[in-house]
Design a protein around this ligand. Structure first.
Ligand code: ZN
Length: 76
């Protein structure tokens, strides 16, 4: 399914099926990451640099736990 990346607004893909509380995006720029539905509802109101900062933060946490980055509303 083709979607707009919530971080960089490039054309991206959503990994389906959608999990209950978050979506997983596969973006050519931002690579693969998850974003919670609550974060998704506010991300478009944030500045691009704040969105990338949230992705950067999610990646740093995921790197420690060896997981797919997950952006949450607390990161904005
Ligand atoms: Zn992106």
């Amino acid at each position: 399914m083709s979607v707009t990346c919530p971080i960089c607004e490039a054309e991206a893909a959503e990994k389906l099926p959608r999990v209950s509380d978050h979506v997983e995006i596969i973006c050519p720029m931002c690579l693969r990451f998850g974003i919670t539905t609550s974060a998704l509802s506010i991300v478009y109101h944030r500045l691009p640099e704040d969105r990338h900062a949230a992705l950067y933060q999610a990646r740093a946490i995921a790197a420690q736990e060896d997981k797919t980055p997950l952006i949450t509303a607390e990161m904005f």
